[in-house]
Design a protein around this ligand. Structure first.
Ligand SMILES: Cc1cc2nc3c(=O)[nH]c(=O)nc-3n(C[C@H](O)[C@H](O)[C@H](O)COP(=O)(O)O)c2cc1C
Ligand SMILES: C=C(O[C@@H]1CC(C(=O)O)=C[C@@H](OP(=O)(O)O)[C@H]1O)C(=O)O
Length: 366
């Protein structure tokens, strides 16, 4: 097993390398009867695809998706859905300079030592390009969730030291500026910051925030498949993610219980309410029925143009000045990847939720 599958009830298996002929995904466990066409998937793929702004890798890929199976007359059939996306603009020759040298910060050294063989053309399975397949699967998971009134929205919260000002928050901005920042002012400053780093051959990191709305309480299993644990696994499996926090996150460790607890208030007209959401919408690993909020920290892109010390495959010290096409910042293109991994996880655990109570099983069979 190559660890390329996630999920138990809604399984997603990605395949393909950055410099192979194509990449793709098999989604198994999608219920029958959901309207699905290539455009539904393409919309999200277009948000991730490379070459669309000066703040992205200039590699030009159309990332056009083809549905190979599992859909008939525009509706899912309940059988495995197989999707393929061609690679068109590999430039594999760019990588001849690192055929015998390990790139600092990328997976070259660890992959080579794990497998004893290293396809040096691009990052292979470790390439950010693998996330195209995740986004395609995520679009299917989102279609399932849209039928249930669950909505997932991620955006860039910060790039380097530049943060979104909550007072300027404008959801439309996420789709208006190429940095997917819900604050036009912050996006302008972040663009300048990235431009300065690009000129030096350096790169930036940042934080993606994700909000899940409309998810009822009761989703998530009590022990190993806690909703926060499952989301953490899914999000941490995205290349370059170095941390995740829910709600108040790491800050909670510095508070007292009275400061951190979310108090509960019931109003006959509004039902149960929580004036704060320090928990991020999950307690005991189970969704509360309030918005789920988490943040993922992305490291700066490892492939940079500045001279770096490294070693050759035969352990000679050397200096590397990388050429090739890379994202000066990963975060804006990863926003939709975060949404996809969250959607896949939520659907998987939602299906498990139905199996946790006899009344829900009876309802499903009636
Ligand atoms: C959407 C996306 C785009 C990425 N683009 C690049 C890139 O252009 N160049 C690069 O060196 N790494 C890029 N990465 C990061 C590498 O994939 C990642 O750093 C590598 O797999 C090593 O894994 P680690 O950083 O999690 O340890 C990208 C990641 C994602 C998710
Ligand atoms: C092509 C994409 O991004 C790539 C992610 C990536 C990496 O190392 O992660 C390295 C670059 O790949 P290559 O050097 O093979 O062009 C980026 O262009 C993509 O995301 O679609």
């Amino acid at each position: 097993m190559s660890g390329s599958t996630i999920g138990k009830n809604f399984t997603v298996t990605t395949w393909g390398e950055s410099h192979g002929k194509a990449l793709g995904v098999v989604v198994d466990g999608c219920p029958a009867g959901i309207p699905l066409c290539e455009e539904d998937i393409q919309r999200d793929l277009d948000r991730r695809k490379p070459g669309q702004s000066p703040y992205s890798t200039p590699r030009r890929e159309e990332d056009k998706v083809t549905i190979l199976s599992g859909v008939f007359q525009g509706v899912t059939t309940g059988t495995p859905i197989s999707l393929i996306i061609a690679n068109q603009d590999q430039h594999s020759k760019d990588y001849s300079q690192v055929a015998h040298v390990y790139r600092p910060g990328h997976a070259d050294y660890t992959y080579h030592h794990k497998y004893g063989i290293w396809d040096y053309r691009g990052g292979g399975r470790a390439s950010g390009r693998e996330t195209a397949a995740r986004v395609a699967a995520g679009a299917i998971a989102k279609k399932v969730l849209s039928q249930l009134g669950v909505r997932i929205q991620a955006y860039t919260l910060s790039i380097g030291p530049i943060k979104v000002n909550p007072e300027n928050f404008d959801e439309n901005e996420i789709y208006r500026n190429p940095l997917a920042m819900p604050d036009g002012e912050a996006a302008k400053k972040a663009a300048e910051y990235i431009q300065q780093l690009k000129e030096k051959g350096d790169s930036a990191g940042g934080v993606v925030e994700c909000v899940i709305q409309g998810l009822p309480s009761g989703v998530g299993e009590p022990v190993f498949d806690k909703l926060d644990a499952a989301l953490a696994k899914a999000i941490m499996s995205i290349g370059a993610v170095k941390g995740i926090e829910f709600g108040r996150g790491f800050e909670a460790a510095y508070l007292t219980g009275s400061q951190n607890n979310d108090t509960l208030v019931y109003y006959p007209d509004r039902g149960l309410t929580k004036p704060t959401n320090n928990s991020g919408g999950i307690t005991g690993g189970i969704s509360e029925g309030f918005p789920i909020v988490f943040r993922a920290a992305f490291k700066p892109t490892p492939s940079i143009r500045m001279p770096q010390k490294t070693v050759t495959h035969d352990m000679q010290n050397t200096q590397l000045v990388l050429t090739g096409r890379h994202d000066p910042v990963i975060v804006p293109r990863a926003v939709v990847v975060v949404e996809a991994m969250a959607a896949i996880t939520i659907v998987d655990l939602l299906f498990q939720r139905i199996l946790s109570r006899i009344d829900l099983i009876k309802k499903a069979l009636s």
